[in-house]
Structures are given as C-alpha cells and as structure tokens.
Ligand binder design. Sequence first.
Ligand SMILES: *[C@@H]1O[C@H](CO)[C@@H](O)[C@H](O)[C@H]1NC(C)=O
Ligand SMILES: *[C@@H]1O[C@H](CO)[C@@H](O)[C@H](O)[C@H]1NC(C)=O
Ligand SMILES: *[C@@H]1O[C@H](CO)[C@@H](O)[C@H](O)[C@H]1NC(C)=O
Length: 643
Amino acid sequence: MANSSSSSSSVRNLLKERTFPFLLTISVLFLSAIFLIFGNNFQYPFFSSDLQTQTRTHSVSISSPPSPTLSSKSEPNSAPGSVTPPQKKDGVPPDDVDSAPVTPPQRDDAVPANPVDDDHDHDDAVVRVDINWELCKGPLAVDYIPCLDNFKAIKALKSRRHMEHRERHCPDPSPRCLIPLPVGYKMPVPWPKSRDMIWYDNVPHPKLVEYKKEQNWVRKSGDYLVFPGGGTQFKDGVSSYIDFIEQTLPSIKWGKHIRVVLDVGCGVASFGGYLLDKNVITMSFAPKDEHEAQIQFALERGIPATLSVIGTQRLTFPDNAYDMIHCARCRVHWDANGGKPLLELNRILRPGGFFVWSATPVYRDDERDQNVWKAMLNITKSMCWKTVAKTVDSSGIGLVIYQKPDSYSCYENRKENSPPICDDKEAENSSWYVPLGSCISQLPTDSEGNLLRWPMPWPQRLNSQPPSLSGGETVQTFYKDTKYWSALVPDVYLDGLSVNWSSVRNIMDMNAGFGGFAAALVDLPVWVMNVVPVDMPNTLSFIFDRGLIGVYHDWCESLNTYPRTYDLIHSSFLFEKRSQRCEIEVIVAEMDRILRPGGYVVIQETKEMIKNLRPILQSLHWSLTLHQDRFLIGKKGFWRPTV
Ligand SMILES: *[C@@H]1O[C@H](CO)[C@@H](O)[C@H](O)[C@H]1NC(C)=O
Ligand SMILES: *[C@@H]1O[C@H](CO)[C@@H](O)[C@H](O)[C@H]1NC(C)=O
Ligand SMILES: *[C@@H]1O[C@H](CO)[C@@H](O)[C@H](O)[C@H]1NC(C)=O
C-alpha cells in the first residue's frame, strides 16, 4: 500500500492479473442478462436459486453491493454482529437493477463515459437548479471547520476543564457556504514525495512553523515545508524509533501481528507516515488547538489523520478496534477524571493489544512527573493492563508498553471490583456523542459466548472473515460484498471512470459498509477513510478487524477535518436515506469543503437520485461524467462564487 511510486503501472498489473476473473464476470453478466430477460423475479442483491446454481463457482454480480442491513430488533449502529442479509426495503434501492442490466465495461477502446453536457443531454427530465452559492466569510474562512469553529457555542460553554471547547459543537442549521481558496493554492505534491515535502502556500501557518522549529518536526525551505522525519522524541529519526519498539517487544511484528494503530497527539504524524513502510496503517489524531495545523499538515502529506480529542465524550471508534495505541510525549492527562481517558483507550483497544507510552515520566525525578506516574501505575493495575516492557532507548527516552488482557481472569481476581466491568447494555451503545464511561468494557464474544481470537496476520486478515462477524447469513453477505467490490473496482473504478488515479492519495468512502471498496484498493498507493454513517448498520468493527481504519459520522453534520484534505470522495448509495433527514445541498457543500480542487467525487446511485444530484453538482461548476447511468463522476475545479 505504501511503497509503489508509480500507481499507473500497478494499475496495469492489477488489470493484467484480473483478466481471467474479468472473463468470468462477463459470462456471469451474460447469464444475468438472459435471466433478466426471461424471468421477472430478479431481486436485489441475491441471485434466485436458479441463477445461483448456474453461477455457483463465480457468482459476481455487478449490481448494487450486498450491503448489510439491520435486523428489525436492533437499533441503528448497535453492537456489531446484529447485521442480517439485505432486505429490499432498507437503504439500497434496487429499482435500477430490474430495469437496467449493466453492460460490461469495454476493455480495449476504454469507452469514454458520456460527458454530461447540456447540449448532448438526452436525458428526458434534467432538473435545472440555480443555487446561489456564497463564499464563507471571515478571516478563518479558508480553513473553516464548522463543528469545531463554532465560537458562539464555545463561548457559551460552562466548563473547559475537560477540553469541552475542542469537542464538536455543530452549528444549526448546517452552513452551506463554500470555502475560499488560500492565495497561491497549488495541486498537492504527489505521494510519496509528499511525505517529506508539501507546498507552503497550501497550508500557510507561519506561527506553527516558527513554534516547531526548535523541535525539528517541520521547517520552511523555499516554497515548501519540509519534514525531516525526526523531532525531539525521535532523535535518531522515526524509522529507528519504530525498529526500537519492535526490538523491545518482538511479538509486535509490525505489519503482520500489529496492523492498525492509533497515534494520539501525533505531532505532524511522522510516526504513522513511516509505519506505512511496515504495512501498518495508523490513524493519527490530535485536537484542533494552538498547534492547529498539525492534522492539516498530516493530510496534506498524504498520511491518514483526523481531528479528535479525548475530552468528555467517547472517540468515534468502535470497541476493541485498535491493535496498538501509541502516544509519544502526548499531553493527555491519562489519570484525570478518575482515569476515564485511559478507560476510553481500554475500550477501543483490542484484547491483547498494546499501549505504547514513550517519553514517559517513568524515570524522571520531579514531583509532578512522579505523581503522574504513580497514578498511572494505580489505574493501569486496576484495569489489569500488564506491563510487558519498560526500557530506555539510546537517546534516553523512557518507553513503557502495556498489554490489555484477553481474558476475564485478572478482572475476576481483583481485590475490588473497581472500575467495574460495563454491563451489557452499555456495550451496545454507539460512540456518537456518548459521554465517556467509567467502567471497563466487556471483552468481545461471538454468538456462542466464546471470546474472540486475534484477527489473522496481515495480509490474510483483509479478506478473511472478521472475528467479530458471526452468524452464517451475514458471513455470506460479507463474502459476497468482498467479491462484488474486488470485481467492480478494477473493472469499473480503475478502468472505466475518467479518474486519474496517479493524482489520488487520500480517499474518503462516505458509506463504507464492510470496507470492500477500500479492500479492493489495497495494492494502490492510496489510503481510505472508511466512514460508517451513524444511521446505517454498524459495520465499523468488521472494517477494523480487516485491518482498515474508519470512523462513525453523521453526514447531516460536518466532518472533523480541514477543507481540501481529500483527493477522492466515494459515495455508494448514501443519499437516499440521508436526504430524508437533511437537504442534499448541505451534504454536497460539505463534500465540496473537504475535496481539494482537482479532486474527484465518484457517486454510485439510482437513476432517480443521480437525476437529483446532477444539477446540484453542476451548479458548483464541477465537470461531470456519467457512466452506465449509475456512476456519476465529478471533478472539482478552481471555481468559487464571486463575492
Ligand atoms: C488507586 O485507584 C483506586 C481505585 O481505582 C482509588 O480508589 C485510589 O484512590 C487510587 N490511589 C491513588 C494513589 O491514586
Ligand atoms: C446510550 O447512550 C445514551 C447517551 O448517553 C443513553 O441515553 C442511552 O440510555 C444509552 N443506551 C444504553 C442501552 O445504554
Ligand atoms: C495524472 O496525475 C499525475 C499526478 O498529479 C500527473 O503527473 C499526470 O500528468 C496526470 N495525468 C493526466 C493524463 O492528466
């Protein structure tokens, strides 16, 4: 995922390898077409029993994805494992499947998609809309993050003791203004060069550069910002620090055993950036604070990152998600608030996973540090975290590695039941605007009550059954989904759509389902932020089990990211459900905010929804193409409304 410097050649290789499955796909499509002609009872997304027997060995359907849906009794985003096979009604609209058998993509002459040009538009009912887009105003408009820059709400807060002012406070109604471009904005430096240098004009933050200069994280060099991959906590460079951690605890096995890492208070995310070399994917996060632009730097560099804070609310990740949590010199008061921040880390850490705490006060003498360390000892002990390593590296930096238990025995042997184990109900809650708890989350079990095993080693982990996914039918849906995307991505997304994949690094999947889209892109030098909307089935645990990263989000609100941070936004059957709760224009304005100029939006929707969306995207002056009546591709330009 990280190393290939020439994506176009890897795309070609990928396609070459896929020739055989491609022929199979064509034959399946041919059979499907025949079936559609002779039988009217074709129901999305499963084959009827007749067709299934005909195509058992290679049943790939280029139709709607077999998205998971909820069983009737569970709440949206309740515990994973409550997902049942799709029903026609829920979420994914099947109508187009009956009426429009999809034509196989042509290979040789790579048919250009029909330009959606007004003059040649043969669509009968194009709705014209005239949206009066306006620019966001104010000195901070260029970097506006609606839910974090709501100064009115922040001013009204009663307390800031627990970082309440860094948490989400979304304006109501959601803003629809468009973000102005920074003066001198250029196309981002392509990956992998961007890991080491980015355009200063794209993220002009002179103060941060000045502040960090001492720490050797970033410096300005001509038109560029340069990242030396060091910093105060990585004196010998971040690569040797990464090796040092593994030498300290060899069972870590970067890129095999440990695949998904959370880096807390991540600086400019060099740790995550260099772990990519080891096939480890890291979600780096930091609050939007006085070092504001760290996360913006990270994303401009092409390193996965998000704005978040450990304050009063749960992080927007599922339970038992991360293989490792890392924190170097992070200024989080782990012992504050009765240890709630540490209990939150315990919640999102996989049983048997590691917490790596470096530049710790462990060997220091001053009283304050000693007290922090004592409190930490106390809390970690009460949570049954085992100290598996404690050492000092060559430059004198203290490093402690804790391990979360993977059985109940220690919990049961504690003298006091404090903190208590959470009860069942709490485990079923989502992590969207939920207050931090003060209990130890339960260890995950399968439907028969057995504790879950660690996922397979990477890369087998990607396409094997996620441990937290149990129950026969759902497992079938998972495999179907994997097949669906692994055929569709090379045959349509990489080949049929007019997307220049060499210019794509940061990808947002707005409605990720099982993460099949991201999984199918794993050999390209890109990374995908998998968003599981809070009103869709809660599949995010499966995504982490596969070795991918993601967050919960509600698309009727704005996302915690800077403007212009994604190169491609993918949205598959998201809009219908969303448009019942908020206006499409609000979602589109948010897509425009997070997409950089020159970036792409790829939308897979029903004909009906595309008809609604097209004029809105057109009003943003995006250049649009339509593929097979159900893929709408928009390329954002530099147009902004004139004030
Ligand atoms: C240690 O933790 C227990 C419960 O977790 C708490 O009651 C006690 O006050 C703590 N002691 C110190 C010194 O922090
Ligand atoms: C989930 O969290 C919300 C908000 O804290 C709370 O109101 C609700 O009762 C919780 N549900 C369960 C089942 O614990
Ligand atoms: C695709 O993007 C790359 C990187 O930005 C650029 O060098 C190349 O010229 C682009 N190709 C086309 C056909 O536009």
